[in-house]
Ligand binder design. Structure first.
Ligand code: AMP
Ligand code: ZN
Length: 142
């Protein structure tokens, strides 16, 4: 399904031009207009899914291998030495376009690594209590 009001639906399906670096029957991969580093790309499914929780299994199964393939090509051709696969779900997680997409962010020697991630501290009891809450969530249906 497409969403008439979704800019990434239009880009993925070629109705709005983009700098496309890969396309197949299910995906278009484009360069991000506001790159975090040279080569920053976005994998867009051609179908509209709001976020990872809505993604169908067929699309989900193909996204990660595609990210790996593009990231490997970036290492060969752009000279980056690593890359992040990043995927935001929800406004609080930094999602600004509500059509599922995966970022592929090339990382270069001496450049910044993953942004905004400062390791914190947690006591074992707190970890155990948090894990229990998530396990309870796994057992209850939405
Ligand atoms: P997110 O914050 O995870 O929702 O990511 C949205 C990303 O889409 C941002 O990195 C934007 O720079 C990028 N973006 C928004 N509009 C366009 C567009 N028309 N073409 C390419 N990238 C875009
Ligand atoms: Zn869409």
């Amino acid at each position: 399904m497409k969403d008439e009001n979704c800019i990434f639906c239009k880009i993925a399906n070629g109705e709005i031009p983009s700098t496309t670096l890969y396309e197949d029957e299910m995906f278009r991969v484009i360069l991000d207009l506001g790159p975090a580093s040279r080569g920053h790309a976005l994998i867009l499914p051609k179908e509209h899914f709001k976020d990872v929780c809505e993604l169908d299994e067929k699309t989900a199964a193909k996204v990660l291998p595609l990210g790996a393939k593009i990231g490997a090509a970036m290492k060969k051709s752009l000279g980056c030495t690593g890359f992040n696969l990043v995927q935001n779900n929800g406004t609080s997680a930094g999602q600004t376009v509500f059509h599922f997409h995966m970022h592929i962010i090339p990382r270069y020697e001496n450049g910044p690594a993953m942004v905004d991630w400062t390791p914190g501290k947690a006591e074992p009891e707190e970890l155990a209590a948090t894990a229990q809450l998530i396990q309870e969530g796994l057992q209850t249906r939405k």
